[in-house]
Design a protein around this ligand. Sequence first.
Ligand code: AMP
Length: 355
Amino acid sequence: MGISLASKSRLASIEGRVPTVTTLCSHSSLQIFHGARAEGLPSLGLTVGPPQRFYEAFPLARPDRFLSVPRVKDLPTVVDRLRSEGSVLIPHGSFVEYLGPEAFAELDVPVFGNRAVLGWESDRRKEREWLESAGVPMPTRYENEEEVDGPVIVKYYGAKGGKGFFLAKNREALKDFHPTGPYVIQRYVLGTRYYMHFFYSPLSDRGYRVGHGSLELLGMDRRDEANIDELYKLGAQEELLKAGIRPTFVVTGNVPVILRESLLPRAFDVAARIIERSIELFGGMVGPFCVEGIMTEDLEFKVFEISTRIVAGTNLFISGSPYSDLIAPGLSTGRRIAQEINRARHEGRLAEILS
Ligand code: AMP
């Protein structure tokens, strides 16, 4: 038996019944509902205002039912209704972001995964403490401007969609940075970005074993980021600034990528360390997460961020990826979530994957 994340009272609403996969209609919800349907679980879509019509266009991904609230912040007022529906909430980027990590963590409805992870992910310093103490290589962080000895990226805490980041080629150029809030200065790493979609199952006893469970790689993508991308990032900055354009890293889309096979051991090693440390720190991260980093020309992998839930890049792989097809044909992250819920239910182990 693994670590119990949820109390009996938290799980009372789904005791002895088929749980309803519930999420906010946005981000990766089509994939999540599609996965639930494929695994025979009912689904409920939460909407702000009336449901968007486009769900009708996707019969295999439309949730069975909708529940609407006037504003996102009204969601806590429908907690009793969600419990009576037997809901299990699936966190995704927009769900947690729009509601706020604190309000999300307080919802008294079973949540897929360990809700304690939200506090570690939403604070850049805590996240770094977790990753560094796990032995994960990260871009150098500078405590102050004087230490800067190369190109840097300056990030605000909790910057939404990479807006307001500042790039400087050197210490000199950093003088043009005028902070408007708390920030961190990181070494700007030159290389190729990879966003690796992992899944940690504390229930599985086969495959790539980590902790009591196993680690799976379900896909990989790279984000298209407007209005900046790849090689021009540092060089074009000054020209862009002259034209009054501030570079941003606002995500506009995703492209599928794969990693050189010889680099896969490194990818798994990094993800396994992150899981092992999460078990020590807060009982473990369960389910989907994304390791986001840069592979340098020396084939060093520097992790600049992790997302501790399903990421939108997984939407590329609703019918499987070059990695998930090697586990089960046509396996998406959304479907993997539904499988894990079903397995836990049948084995009486829901407390290990819900919180
Ligand atoms: P983050 O908010 O940390 O996910 O960063 C947003 C984007 O900024 C990433 O997707 C990368 O394109 C870029 N980025 C973040 N950190 C670094 C870094 N240390 N070096 C180079 N690019 C970075």
